[in-house]
Design a protein around this ligand. Structure first.
Ligand SMILES: Cc1ncc(CO)c(N)n1
Length: 216
C-alpha cells in the first residue's frame, strides 16, 4: 500500500461522516436550501483565495522547478475555479462576495496558510491534499446519484470532471514522492496534517449546513 492509500484509510471515519452529512445528501438530491448554498459559496470564494495563496507558498518553497511549476498551476487553477463559481452562482442568486470568514472557513484557511508557511513542503502538501482528494471523491459520489436537473449541477460537474480528476492524480503522485523522501517523524507529521485538514473539510460543510456565524 502506498503512502496516500494509508492516508485515506486513516481518515475513513471522517470521510464517511462527510458522505453522510446532510449538506452532501441534500446537495445530491437538489433539496439543499438555496440560502445554505449561498452561504457555502460565499465562504468558499474566501476559502479558494487563501487555498491558492497556500499553494503559491508551496511553489515558492519547493526544491525543484518542476515541483514549483506544479504548485503554481494548482494555485492558478484554484482562482480560476473560484471565478467560475462566481460567474455561475453569484450571478444566479444575485449575491455579493462576503468579506467575513465564518469559524470553519477561518480555521481552515489559517491552518493551511500556517502549515504551508511554517512546516516542511512535504507536510504542507499533505495539508492541502484533502482539498483535492475529498472533493474529487465527494464530487464523483454525488455525480453518480444526482438527478440531471439539479440546481447545483455546475458545482457537481466541476468536481466530478476530468480536469479536476487530473489535478488530484498529480497531487497524489507528488505527495507519495515527498513521503518516500521523508523520515518516519516527518511522515507522521504528514499524516497528522492530512487528518486535520480532512476534519476541517467536515467542519466547512457543517458550518454551511447550519449557516453558522460567530456567536460572540
Ligand atoms: C472547503 C473546500 N475544500 C476543497 C475545495 C476544492 O478545491 C473547495 N472548493 N472548498
Amino acid at each position: 500500500m502506498n503512502f496516500t492509500e494509508q492516508l485515506w484509510q486513516d481518515i475513513q471515519p471522517i470521510y464517511d461522516a462527510i458522505l453522510n452529512h446532510g449538506f452532501v445528501d441534500e446537495l445530491m438530491t437538489g433539496r439543499l436550501p438555496s440560502a445554505t448554498f449561498q452561504y457555502y459559496i460565499q465562504q468558499d470564494a474566501l476559502y479558494l483565495t487563501d487555498f491558492s495563496r497556500a499553494l503559491n507558498q508551496l511553489a515558492a518553497r519547493a526544491a525543484t522547478a518542476d515541483d514549483s511549476l506544479q504548485f503554481t498551476q494548482f494555485a492558478q487553477n484554484a482562482i480560476l475555479v473560484e471565478r467560475g463559481l462566481h460567474e455561475t452562482y453569484f450571478a444566479l442568486y444575485d449575491i455579493q462576495p462576503e468579506t467575513a470568514k465564518m469559524p470553519a472557513c477561518f480555521a481552515y484557511t489559517n491552518y493551511l496558510l500556517a502549515t504551508t508557511s511554517l512546516q516542511s513542503v512535504a507536510v504542507g502538501a499533505a495539508a492541502v491534499l484533502p482539498c483535492f482528494w475529498i472533493y474529487r471523491e465527494v464530487g464523483k459520489y454525488i455525480y453518480r446519484q444526482a438527478i440531471r436537473e439539479n440546481p447545483y449541477r455546475s458545482w457537481i460537474d466541476t468536481y466530478a470532471g476530468e480536469a479536476f480528476d487530473l489535478s488530484v492524480t498529480q497531487m497524489l503522485a507528488l505527495t507519495d514522492r515527498f513521503a518516500e523522501a521523508a523520515s518516519p517523524v516527518e511522515q507522521d507529521r504528514m499524516r497528522d496534517a492530512f487528518r486535520m485538514a480532512s476534519r476541517l473539510e467536515w467542519y466547512f460543510w457543517n458550518d454551511a449546513y447550519t449557516r453558522h456565524r460567530w456567536l460572540v
